[in-house]
Design a protein around this ligand. Structure first.
Ligand code: 5GP
Ligand code: MN
Length: 339
């Protein structure tokens, strides 16, 4: 994003606009945090702002200030479609290709609103008039902070905005440990605490609100964990029946794949989760060092993401998907041993 772009955007935002903020399907902490931070900021600038997510998100995100105002496209289709079709400006946050917005893909393609992308995933599409894309960023939330700073409005950051930004930086950095976490990230976090983000409260809301069933499901996932020492890889499977056994709720499997990656000498981890309703296996891939699971997912699992965290899907059944995963590992063997 150039100085010229910022000047244009500042001019654009100098009069009241109808603005819609959209994010990716199955929103995570960064998606919800960045959307609500921008929502509060633009509302303060006197715009009429609506946040639309493609679908629902986990309960551990249902406390963020302004969350109750979010429209879910699948559940509130008429209201969401109307807001999108009437929008002057659409911000697309934490994704960079319309298909990542699930069933909203078509309406985003149809809409003639001016689009602004703020995102940190690799290989952005060119749909936006203004694109702020930076794969080195820890999170879209950190970019929202930068965006507000570029617009010279840090004085407008209040506790609602600070809380939402803190949330997304925290979740996307694995609580400030992934190597996308820089000294600048910590400086931003320090400023957010000064502006009213309650760090202990936010961590508790996200990480200390487990149900008993979720912990039992984790136990099941861990007992399904398999290690492939030859490839320094490990994977977890969860069938729909296992999810049902523990009364699965959206978000319950969040972070499970990290247990596989936490194994000594393992540098590649995967989780395969059966979704019979969609007829797919949802895949999450994680890696250590510079082994790119983004490329692995793009080449073999119809997905993508970041170097160390990517997602994808498979139309095969769960055991065939695992077989496919194992069958592609030999071509990565050397790279996995270089990490
Ligand atoms: P997760 O494994 O937690 O679902 O996602 C890890 C990262 O990969 C996130 O940044 C997410 O946005 C991205 N991602 C997840 N699923 C997909 C997918 O199906 N396609 C693409 N392109 N990215 C994905
Ligand atoms: Mn993100």
């Amino acid at each position: 994003m150039t100085n010229h772009d910022i000047k244009d955007i500042k001019a654009l935002l100098s009069s009241s606009k109808k603005i819609v903020i959209v994010t990716h399907k199955n929103p995570d902490g960064d998606a919800i945090g960045s959307s609500l931070a921008l929502f509060h900021y633009l509302t303060k600038l006197n715009h009429l702002v609506t946040v639309v997510t493609p679908n629902d998100y986990p309960n551990f995100l249902k406390w963020v200030p302004g969350e109750d105002l979010i429209l879910k496209f699948d559940l509130q289709n008429d209201q969401s479609s109307k807001a999108i079709m009437q929008a002057d400006i659409i911000f697309t946050l934490d994704f960079n290709a319309f298909h990542r917005a699930g069933d909203m893909e078509q309406i985003l393609n149809t809409s003639s609103a001016l689009k602004i992308m703020i995102d940190h995933h690799q290989q952005p599409d060119g749909y936006a008039k203004y694109t702020y894309s930076d794969v080195s960023m820890s999170s879209t939330c950190e970019m929202i902070y930068n965006f507000i700073e570029m617009l010279d409005d840090c004085n407008l950051i209040d506790s609602n905005i600070a809380t939402a930004i803190y949330l997304g930086i925290m979740t996307d950095t694995g609580s400030f440990r992934f190597n996308s976490t820089t000294s600048r990230t910590h400086q931003v976090i320090a400023n957010l605490i000064d502006k009213g983000a309650d760090n202990t409260f936010i961590h508790n809301q996200v990480y200390d609100t487990n149900s008993y069933n979720r912990l039992q499901l984790l136990g099941c996932a861990l007992s399904n964990l398999k290690i492939l020492p030859e490839f320094r890889a490990a994977y977890i499977t969860l069938t729909q029946a296992e999810l049902q056994n523990f009364d699965y709720k959206k978000g319950d499997t969040e972070g499970f794949v990290n247990y596989a990656l936490s194994l000594e000498n393992v540098v590649l981890a995967a989780i395969f989760i059966e979704d019979l309703q969609q007829g797919i296996i949802k895949i999450s891939l994680r890696s250590k060092g510079d082994f790119s699971v983004n490329l692995m997912s793009r080449h073999h699992f119809n997905g993508g993401g970041h170097t160390n965290a990517a997602g994808g899907k498979s139309d095969l059944n769960i055991s065939e998907t695992v077989e496919k995963f194992i069958s592609i590992l030999p071509q990565y063997k050397a790279a996995l041993h270089e990490v």
